[in-house]
Every structure is written in C-alpha cells, then in structure tokens.
Ligand binder design. Sequence first.
Ligand code: IMP
Ligand code: MG
Length: 180
Amino acid sequence: MANITLFNKTFEPYLPESLIQEKIKELGEIISEEYEGKRPLFIGVLNGSFMFAADLFKQISIEAEICFIKLASYKGTKSTGNVITAIGLDTDIRDRHLILLEDIIDTGKTMNEFIPQLYHQQPASIKMAVLLHKPDATIYPVQIDYCCFSIPDRFVLGYGLDYDGFGRNLKEIYQLKETE
Ligand code: IMP
Ligand code: MG
C-alpha cells in the first residue's frame, strides 16, 4: 500500500482491507448470535458508515432489517442548545431492537446528543456498533457496545471516511502523517 496525497496532506496506510474485513466478520458473527430471534433493525448513519454498514450486514446470518439516516444539527433554543435530528428515519422503531452503525466515535458529541432522542420513541433496546473509536479524543459519554478498532487520536481516511468529501472510496484506512 502506498501513501495517498489529498489537498497537499499525506496519508499513510494504517488498516489493511483484509484486517478490516476480518474484524467485521467477527462482529457479524457475535451480533448474529446475540440477536437471534430478535429481528434487529440496523440503523446506518450516513455518510461515513455506508461501507461498514454494507459489509457488516452481509455478515449477519439472522433475520434483520437495515435502514439509513442522516443527522443534521441545527441551533435550538437557549434551553435545548443544539438539536440533532435524524433525516430519513421512516421506520417505526417502537419496541424494536436497534443497532446503530457509525463509522467513528471521535469526541462522542454526535451520538451523545442523538441517542437520548431515539429513546423517546421507545425502542426495545439500543446498541451502538462502531468501526473506529478514538478513546483519547472522546469527551462526551457514549456507550459503545461493539467496536472493531480502537485507534489513536489521529485523523483517518478511507473506507467511508472522508477528508473534505474525498477518500471515501478507498478500500483501506489511512492515517494522516504525523509531521502534518
Ligand atoms: P464526534 O461527534 O466528535 O464523535 O464526531 C463523529 C463524526 O466526525 C464522525 O461520524 C465522522 O464523520 C467525523 N470524524 C471524526 N474523526 C474523523 C476522522 O479521523 N476522519 C474522518 N472523519 C472523522
Ligand atoms: Mg459520520
């Protein structure tokens, strides 16, 4: 694997395709076992999670559904602060077992704000599956139930994750070069 240059920044190979796929296969097997008979609803958070969601869902061997949402943040009132809303959540989630799929938990802000809102619609349970977690960067409490890779606090690119919109198509994950 060679370095990638994007907007004058250099990214080095970090997680190879085979390792990513291996971890996802393991996770698919664990979830399939734990959710047997529960007909879980996977919710992929766009855009970043589309590759992870697709590859993980292929490894699910039980009856399950999947849908995708996009999160939008807008300024609420003084008391509500910023409000995050889900665009495209048209499935009834009441009494459903939800598994949220995210590309990466960085500060944790997005999921920390969004998950409590999902509970208002009274699902049976909510669990969170992430491809990547940067524990050193996470300052908002988020419960991560399944995680493929814990990584250092350095910017990553590829396999759905972008830098200014580009790089999502890479099959591997790259890391910003230390000196940049
Ligand atoms: P959080 O709310 O700080 O946890 O941010 C989560 C979102 O920020 C992710 O869903 C990504 O879209 C984006 N993000 C955080 N870190 C990275 C990174 O290293 N590369 C690409 N996107 C990132
Ligand atoms: Mg994202």
